[in-house]
Design a protein around this ligand. Structure first.
Ligand code: CO8
Length: 230
């Protein structure tokens, strides 16, 4: 049905991501990006308490991170998702913390069940968000709210996240998949050519100046206007 689903399946560790999981996720989204039959993807956590409870802290505490390049390559998955030609929806079904929220924010839309809790708890272990959290959260919710989450390490409810614009939709747990599929199906029916350009153009806001963004938007618009796709 043109929709790809990627599930993080480490329920015993609350779907936290070790380096192998991060690598597998990056590979999975690269494959989906190449797959002509897939127009939209959904990222979720295996059923239980968590969407993704961040990096695997047990592994993390033994890791040596030598420099920025090492971080960039370890967390490649966030770039792969953000730069994918196809939209990705994070279907948040429980704890969405640290690197889990950072991955969700690299996605294009976020849906969440009412039992979800979102936060950047890195400060509680003496580090800062390092997989895009300070940048993407600030762009999504504004500086004051980003500071609140990042400096206190507190978690917020799905409802609060929705009122902040951090998630697009909140629903009961038993409705989450249906509601998310509904959005995914709607997007999957559109012209992939235009969807790719729409995503690219919206992303320009975060990545460029207004002047440059308006010019690129016009170029992408003309490409869609001239194309017979959709
Ligand atoms: N990593 C590894 N194991 C975890 C993690 C995790 N992040 N979270 C939970 N678990 C494990 C627990 O150790 C526990 O295992 P066991 O049963 O063997 O003791 C099991 O999952 C269940 O957890 P709890 O018993 O703690 O469940 P609760 O319902 O009581 O609490 C919480 C749930 C609130 C989610 C709690 O588990 C918690 O606070 N977890 C840690 C969350 C966290 O701090 N995440 C952020 C990690 S840092 C990060 O993501 C930074 C990424 C960017 C850095 C880049 C690095 C290269």
């Amino acid at each position: 049905n043109k929709i790809g689903i990627v599930t993080v399946n480490r329920p015993k560790e609350l779907n936290s991501m070790n380096s192998e999981t991060r690598k597998e996720l990056a590979n999975a989204f690269e494959e989906l990006d190449m797959d002509k039959d897939v127009h939209v993807s959904i990222l979720t956590g295996s059923p239980g308490k968590a969407f993704i409870a961040g990096a695997d802290i047990k592994e993390f505490s033994k890791m040596e991170i030598k420099d920025r390049k090492a971080m960039e390559s370890d967390w490649r998955v966030t770039d792969v998702i953000a730069n994918s030609a196809k939209p990705v929806i994070a279907m948040i079904n429980g704890f969405c913390l640290g690197g889990g929220l950072e991955i969700a924010m690299a996605c294009d839309l976020r849906t969440a069940s009412t039992n979800s809790k979102l936060g950047q708890p890195e400060i509680n272990i003496g580090i800062i968000p390092g997989a895009g959290g300070t940048q993407r959260l600030t762009r999504l919710v504004g500086e004051g709210r980003a500071m609140e989450l990042i400096l206190t390490g507190n978690m917020i409810s799905a409802e609060k996240a929705e009122s902040w614009g951090l998630v697009n939709l909140v629903t009961d747990e038993d409705q989450l998949e249906d509601q998310t599929m509904k959005i995914a199906t709607q997007i999957a029916e559109k012209s992939p050519f235009a969807i790719e350009r729409a995503k690219k153009s919206v992303k320009l806001v975060a990545n460029n100046t207004m002047e440059k963004g308006l010019k690129i938007e016009q170029e992408l618009f003309v490409e869609c206007f001239k194309s017979n796709d959709g």
